[in-house]
Design a binder for this molecule. Sequence first.
Ligand SMILES: NC(=O)c1ccc[n+]([C@@H]2O[C@H](COP(=O)([O-])OP(=O)(O)OC[C@H]3O[C@@H](n4cnc5c(N)ncnc54)[C@H](OP(=O)(O)O)[C@@H]3O)[C@@H](O)[C@H]2O)c1
Length: 209
Amino acid sequence: MTTKLPAEIKNHDDILKNFQESLDNLQTDYVDLYLIHAPWPWNDINLYHRYDGANKEAWKTLEEIYKSGRAKAIGVSNFDVHDLKNILQIAEIKPVVNQLEYYIGWTQPKNVSFTQAQDILVEAYSPLATGGLAEQKDIQTIATKHEVSVPQVALRYILQKNILPLPRATKIEHARSNSELDFELTDQEMDILDKLPDTGQARHNPTMG
Ligand SMILES: NC(=O)c1ccc[n+]([C@@H]2O[C@H](COP(=O)([O-])OP(=O)(O)OC[C@H]3O[C@@H](n4cnc5c(N)ncnc54)[C@H](OP(=O)(O)O)[C@@H]3O)[C@@H](O)[C@H]2O)c1
């Protein structure tokens, strides 16, 4: 069970209050993973306006929550290289996860390689481009060859990058097939997928990429 701290809340007391509200809403006394949703409030996503001090305070508060046993692991989301370096300067406990938008065509190479070099797991959100991969002919060709679906190729691609996909599915048959990934894409297929353009509908945050 994962929950996230809203991006606009960065100060110690408000974080503790918000975290307790999350536990109450979920009717639990702990979560498996607690993440800072983003380094910037959603109404101020700006490469030139950083929230370094605020993110340091937020991270120290997540460490306090972790030490209390109410979050079994703590991490971040949408943190670029600058934001990660910022909290690593003061972290006593390293984030276990950086949850990033990641799918075939949108792979944030700088942020992913820095995160992985710190031994932090990259978790891919929107791994199916929120449904935006369906029409890609090259993915379809590879899927047909392996007798799987386009979403299965998309998720398998992510696993072969040592990244954990976080697909959302409301249909049970989707959830089931998303866990059936016991096939191997060849190096040549991975190369083809690496070169595909971004066909997702999302407008990316200007600080990411
Ligand atoms: N950290 C962040 O800032 C952030 C931002 C955005 C999202 N997220 C998280 O990332 C997760 C997923 O992101 P997402 O919702 O953008 O998109 P996604 O997982 O890329 O796509 C979800 C869509 O794909 C469909 N789908 C799933 N499995 C399928 C399958 N096997 N075959 C065909 N269609 C399939 C779903 O349909 P059905 O529902 O009909 O099954 C749904 O319409 C969410 O849990 C969300 O909380 C995090």
